[in-house]
Design a protein around this ligand. Structure first.
Ligand code: IPE
Ligand code: IPE
Ligand code: MG
Length: 242
């Protein structure tokens, strides 16, 4: 398979289907999450090799706390394991790590790990790899609104100056371009509270592949589909204008 001609600037992936992958194999759901970590590793490597600038992966939603304690514990354990096992390679690949999400609700050692990884890679100029972890889009938007309201109340901000651009600067993703491609695996057709503001004009791609089966070829295939899409941003395509 050749390299896709027109790369998106920012690919965001809703990594879904670990549980069903495990169920098909009569394995516990945790085994699906473990296999999902392998798919993360392979996808990150492939994205780096392709020269993608921004990759954002939805690893744990603010609603995923509703799952059984044992499953939440397993997911937290895998998050720790991934950082321990893959940080050196990520550093070597000049990846810059960011974690977006609530932070205050995860275990203190994970908070420290997140801060360390961000510090350690802050000067890297390779791919921006962002994990959405304890992330919820509505929560993110409400927090930004709260911050702006506070600033207005204190007289530090004129409400008339609030524009979409200013608002976007208050989101976790202020350093990143908006995703132009959002992929969801496992055949579900919804965003599940992922990057709601940021995805306003993203191309959405829903694939049936279960996340643990997602690999280099699946990523390349998704990028090829993106390259074939026509984006208009509310205007007309060039042929219609001519
Ligand atoms: C995605 O897989 C991983 C997380 C949400 C953390 P799921 O665990 O949602 O897998 P399914 O949807 O039950 O198959
Ligand atoms: C979305 O998947 C969250 C992640 C992929 C981390 P879910 O499996 O939690 O979403 P729903 O419950 O099917 O909407
Ligand atoms: Mg799911």
């Amino acid at each position: 398979m050749g390299e896709p001609s027109h790369l998106p600037k920012h690919v965001a992936i809703i990594m879904d289907g670990n549980g069903r992958w495990a169920k098909k194999r009569y394995l516990p759901r945790e085994a699906g999450h473990y296999a999902g970590m392998g798919a993360v590793r392979e996808t990150v490597r492939a994205a780096c090799d392709l020269g993608l600038e921004n990759l954002t992966l939805f690893a744990f939603s603010s609603e995923n706390w509703k799952r059984p304690k044992t499953e939440v514990g397993a997911l937290m354990g895998l998050f720790r394991a991934y950082f321990r096992s893959d940080m050196d390679e990520l550093v070597e690949r000049k990846v810059r790590m960011r974690i977006i999400g609530h932070r205050g609700r995860v275990a203190p050692d994970i908070q420290t790990m997140i801060e360390d990884s961000e510090k350690r890679t802050a000067h890297n100029r390779g791919m921006n790899l962002t994990f959405a972890f304890d992330y919820g889009g509505q929560e993110e938007i409400a927090a930004a609104a709260q911050e702006l309201a506070r600033a207005a109340k204190d007289g530090r901000l004129d409400p008339e100056t609030i524009t979409p651009e200013l608002f976007a600067q208050r989101l976790f993703t202020s350093a990143l371009p908006a995703p132009d491609l959002v992929i969801r695996t496992s055949g579900e057709h919804r965003l599940s509270n992922f990057l709601l503001w940021q995805s306003a004009y993203a191309e959405l791609l829903f694939v049936d592949t279960l996340w643990p089966d997602f690999d280099r070829a699946a990523l390349t295939g998704a990028l090829e589909q993106f390259a074939a899409r026509e984006r208009r941003f509310g205007a007309l395509d060039s042929e219609a204008v001519a």
